[in-house]
Ligand binder design. Structure first.
Ligand SMILES: [Zn+2]
Length: 368
């Protein structure tokens, strides 16, 4: 996938950089870890420091000194999950800031304006993330609104994309706007959403409205049903997933892009992903453990520090603990995806999948 700021090898995992930072990790280390593309959150950046300020400072890439690719969400998900007193109308969403209670309004047009000002390589259409559970009538109504908003997002983007804050070096290369498939947990609504969006002709498509509290088997079922309806020659992005074993499964199904706060958020809570399964670093059994977090991991943390030291940092609430834990978890996710890309290239993906499945079964057995 060739984007204005970088070519991105897929399938790719995208670390989440909510407030123009992937929490606890400086940008040069993200590069060293092999992060190819990161996410920014439109809702948060709109509230602080404000999109006009970021536009004035040359866009999000320059503001945070991130030379590689970037994607911004539409702000819709945060508006629906974080803000109080939101009121959805045909025109958009009236909401109150989770910071100071001030009143704001997001429409598809405004979301696109904010995203153009931020200047990411990929923008997302403004959608309504249907809550779970939602009955058929509710999912139907929500999807219809999302589809009307998708067309408005696209029309506005096409009329205003030249307002992006990039320097001349990128002349001729433009931002891309992706459409988002909603439809709750109903395969026929998902099908309709996919068909309508493909008619609108976006350069890439996301499957949204998953990881919202539904059982994992259902997440997988919806992805499996929706993916073949989206063109395989354009990027297909599943938003907000998943555990390491899931991202391997989804990549094997044909998903090109995934993002999730799990590796970074879990790291700050001491939950670490390893080739031997998950471990909780605060556990007393690590107090005298001089081994690395993950003997198979080649990251800078596993090469240098012991489980005993990482446990100590966590127990004493030292900031370095969050930094090192996050570094490892991100390395684990990014390396996992790299091994998927290698396996695809070598034609040995089924073997890798089988290995991941066996490893999970073993890890689950050990935890019992
Ligand atoms: Zn490691």
């Amino acid at each position: 996938m060739v984007l204005p700021h970088a070519a991105v090898e897929t399938p790719v995992f995208m670390p989440v950089g909510t407030q123009a930072t992937v929490k606890a990790i400086p940008q040069h280390l993200l590069e060293e870890l092999g992060a190819q593309i990161i996410l920014g959150n439109t809702y948060h950046l709109y509230l602080r420091p404000g999109h006009e300020l970021i536009r004035k400072l040359g866009g999000l890439h320059r503001f945070m000194s991130w030379p590689r690719a970037m994607l911004t969400d539409s702000g819709g998900f945060q508006v629906f999950s974080l803000s109080d007193l939101r009121k959805v109308t045909e025109d958009g969403v009236q909401f109150r800031s989770h910071l100071d209670g001030s009143s704001h309004f997001f429409s598809p047009e405004h979301s696109i304006d904010v995203q153009i000002a931020l200047g990411a390589d990929i923008l997302m259409a403004f959608d309504e993330c249907t809550e779970y559970p939602a009955d058929y009538a509710r999912a139907r109504k929500s999807l219809d609104l999302t589809l009307r908003w998708a067309q408005r997002s696209k029309d506005h983007f096409e009329a205003h994309q030249q307002e992006r804050p990039w320097p001349d070096a990128f002349a001729g290369q433009t931002q891309s706007l992706f459409g988002i498939v909603q439809g709750g947990m109903f395969p026929d609504l998902r099908r309709e959403a996919a068909e309508r969006l493909v008619e609108m002709d976006f350069p890439g498509y996301a499957i949204g409205g998953l990881s919202v509290g539904e059982p994992r088997a259902l997440t997988r079922e919806i992805i499996e049903a929706t993916l073949p309806l989206l063109p395989a020659d354009k990027p297909r992005y599943v938003m907000g997933v998943g555990y390491p074993e899931e991202i391997v499964e989804y990549a094997a199904m044909g998903v090109d892009m995934m993002d999730c706060v799990l590796p970074t958020r879990a790291a700050r809570h001491g939950l670490l992903f390893t080739s031997e399964g998950r471990l909780n670093i605060k556990n007393r059994r690590f107090a005298e453990d001089q081994g690395p977090l993950d003997p198979e991991c080649r990251c800078m943390v596993c090469a240098r520090y012991s489980r005993a030291y990482l446990r100590h940092l966590f127990v004493t609430q030292e900031l370095l603990g969050a930094v090192l834990n996050t570094l490892h978890n991100l390395a684990f996710y990014l390396d996992t995806m790299e091994s998927v890309r290698d396996a695809i290239e070598l034609g040995v993906l089924p073997a890798l999948l089988a290995r991941v499945r066996v490893r999970n079964t073993d890890a689950a057995a050990r935890q019992l």
